[in-house]
Design a protein around this ligand. Structure first.
Ligand code: CDP
Length: 219
């Protein structure tokens, strides 16, 4: 079985997907972590992540691997584990920059489909229901107001020891949403076959429960 969850930054996709995966005994693949890892690795190599030609030229020398480690996931680029370095607002913007380029998307989508094969899986991202797994059994679009998303992201970052102001986070989220929604290739938008869940006034546990009700046919 395949479950796809798409939506904008900070809508709670990862927390909800992780909870649903745990309840159903499925694997959870966080595709955003892959874009973050490649963005950070290219920036480390001195490449301007907004320069499409430079990013695309570098792709053949980038080897990416995703491993499941119990219920968590590890993303390695050229043998280096990137997991601990991808959760900052800078990494998010680097991800969004490189994610606009078709060469990057083709490379990661191929790896995402290969990883998904053979598992009951829940995947989250921007284009999972529309492109990566078009035949997914269930498709959701998770969203919330920019303010609610910024509040949530601030709490996530504090837990990781990063103290970033809510204003700064909200500005970054709005910039990234605009970039992700207006890019030419695989723009983020809600598709008619996705079930909309607005989590502005909902806890992440309630959102996960709503998805579980639908998947278990109790809705
Ligand atoms: O966790 P958050 O929603 O803030 O972001 P993420 O899911 O980790 O994704 C980081 C960035 O990667 C997004 O802003 C997108 O530009 C890009 N992305 C994408 O283009 N397609 C995906 N399937 C997943 C992420």
């Amino acid at each position: 079985m395949q479950i796809a969850i798409d939506g904008p930054a900070g809508a709670g996709k990862s927390t909800v997907a992780r909870e649903v995966a745990a309840q159903l005994g499925f694997k959870y693949l966080d595709t955003g972590a892959m874009y973050r890892a490649i963005g950070v690795a290219l920036a480390d190599a001195g490449i301007d992540t907004a320069d499409g030609a430079a990013v695309t030229d570098a792709l053949p020398s980038v080897e990416m691997k995703v491993e499941f480690d119990g219920d968590s996931q590890k993303v390695c680029v050229n043998g280096q584990d990137m997991t601990g370095r991808i959760r900052s607002p800078e990494a998010a913007m680097q991800a969004s920059s490189v994610a606009a380029f078709p060469g990057v998307r083709d490379k990661l989508v191929e790896l995402q489909r290969r990883t998904a094969a053979g598992y009951d899986i829940i995947m989250d991202g921007r284009d999972i229901g529309s492109y990566v797994l078009p035949d997914a059994d269930y498709k959701f679009y998770l969203t919330a107001s920019p303010r609610a998303r910024a509040e949530r992201r601030r709490r996530d970052l504090l837990r990781l020891g990063q103290d970033v102001s809510e204003e700064e986070i909200e500005a970054e989220i709005r910039r990234r949403d605009a970039q992700d929604m207006h890019r030419e290739y695989a723009p983020l938008r809600q598709a008619p076959d996705q079930v909309l869940i607005d989590t502005t006034a909902m806890s992440q546990q309630e959102a996960a429960a709503e998805i579980l009700r639908i998947v278990r046919g109790q809705a």
